[in-house]
Design a protein around this ligand. Structure first.
Ligand SMILES: [Fe+2]
Ligand SMILES: [Fe+2]
Ligand SMILES: [Fe+2]
Length: 447
């Protein structure tokens, strides 16, 4: 009960993602968790505006702005819930009807709010916002967590032939190399299909025994080398203590060995159930063990702070697969590094002739390169009629506004170039690439 009180208080008073993220539960499905974060950010954005509308300096433009924001929220929510329902249907996950009912109610709330707003009932919005956030957060906590539990993906796991069939329920760490190893090992595990096809349902004899032993041995080798790569990543970037990690890894290896001897001795039948168990255990390694220790937010700021050149972060940069976009993205990152160089040099070189003018010129270059990147993207999105262009463009505008604000503040002597600024700019760009660009441009491949 006490916990509910706390939760409700937090929901009613939150104005930033930082205030509230600790109570927004995760479903374990990356795309869903990202869209929940987005949805809630839109709602919080509205919250901040309402405060201004309520204050003395009431401005008609704010009202217009607010209506626009409500409509963006609506558009985003409609798309988000459609996607969610598609995901449930595609993977035959439980609870579709309940989900649909609750989604419908959430969407109706938004629709009612827009109607109220159009009728001039501005004050009603405050009620809407508290209620909206509450419903969304409780929906995630209840139905979404129920529907998307890893245990519910059994059918998809049994039907899968490649890691591509399981991307929806497999988390990513944000480290392209390690993520790729996760996929490769998943593919290796799925080779069990061939063994099941050949030796399933019979008592295992030679040469079947040899094949099964060889399967487990080569899998074990791959897994061990993956674990040692993860450990060296952890020690290089000093992300978490190694002790606990090693223990968890050891447990996985022990389990795999148990699977091996059980399969060889006939205790475990060579059957789809074996496939399910092996895949489930691997995804659990990724989604819980690795996610707890290796997820991006645990290490990536540290890497950005220490980075001085593109090469320091290039292993982190994903590719959209569109050469033009990837190239423009690289240029934008390089320009933010260039800007930061002034920070180090001004500080170190005596009487270095780095003038404000030079810094401002570099700001211009950065802004130009980011604009160019976004132009290329937007032209491409429009040209291909991709879904979600509007909210994607809002994100672009936010990033550009952020950088422009830095430039203005620098010009007015309110801010100095610093490593923090670099982290913000690089972070905004890379996060956008990871969360929105990759999703948007990868959807091209699905069609
Ligand atoms: Fe849902
Ligand atoms: Fe891993
Ligand atoms: Fe973008």
């Amino acid at each position: 009960m006490k916990e509910t009180h706390w939760l409700n208080w937090l929901i009613r008073t939150a104005t930033t993602w930082g205030d509230i993220h600790s109570v927004v539960e995760e479903t374990g499905v990356d795309s869903l968790d990202a869209s929940h974060r987005e949805l809630i950010k839109y709602a919080l954005d509205l919250n901040r505006l309402i405060v201004m509308i309520d204050s003395e300096n009431f401005d008609v433009n704010l009202v217009k702005d607010k209506k626009e924001k409500l409509e963006i929220l609506q558009q985003f929510a409609i798309r988000k819930y459609e996607e969610e329902e598609r995901l449930i249907e595609k993977n035959n996950l439980p609870g579709l009807e309940k989900q649909k009912t609750e989604h419908f109610r959430i969407l109706k709330n938004i629709d009612d709010a827009i109607k109220d707003f159009s009728d001039g009932k501005i004050k009603e919005l405050r009620v809407f916002e508290g209620a909206f956030l509450e419903t969304v957060i409780y929906h995630i906590k209840g139905s979404d967590r129920q529907t998307f539990r890893l245990e519910n993906w059994k059918e998809s796991i049994l039907n899968s032939a490649s890691w591509r069939d399981l991307t929806d329920c497999t988390r990513e760490m944000g480290m392209p190399e390690l993520d790729q190893e996760h996929r490769d090992i998943l593919d290796r595990i799925l080779k069990v299909d061939k063994i099941i096809e050949q030796y399933g349902g019979k008592a295992l004899e030679e040469p079947g025994k040899g094949v099964v032993a060889e399967y487990f041995d080569s899998l074990g080798k791959l897994v061990k080398s993956h674990f040692s790569n993860e450990e060296s990543f952890i020690s290089t970037f000093d992300t978490v203590g190694l002790g606990a990690v090693k223990k968890e890894r050891l447990l996985y290896i022990t389990n795999l060995e148990k699977n091996r001897s059980n399969a060889l001795s006939g205790v475990t039948k060579i059957s789809p159930e074996l496939k399910y168990n092996l895949v489930f255990q691997w995804i659990a390694h990724i989604n819980t063990v690795d996610y707890g220790k290796l997820r991006k937010e645990l290490w990536w700021e540290k890497i950005l702070i220490n980075a001085t050149h593109m090469k320091d972060i290039s292993f982190l940069i994903k590719k959209t697969g569109l050469a033009e976009v990837d190239e423009a993205f690289g240029k934008a990152l390089a320009a933010s590094f260039e800007l930061n160089r002034f920070f180090g040099e001004v500080a170190e070189k005596d009487g270095a002739l780095i003038t404000n003018l030079m810094v401002e010129k570099q700001f211009e270059e950065l802004i130009d390169s980011v604009k160019e990147l976004f132009d290329i993207e937007e032209k491409f999105m429009t040209g291909n009629g991709l879904e979600g262009i509007e909210s994607h463009m809002v994100s672009h505008r936010k990033i550009l506004d952020g950088i422009t604000r830095y430039r203005v503040d620098f010009h007015q002597d309110r801010i100095a170039i610093s490593a923090k600024m670099k982290v913000h700019i690089l972070g905004a760009l890379i996060n956008h690439l990871d969360d929105e660009d990759i999703q948007m441009f990868n959807s091209l491949g699905d069609r």
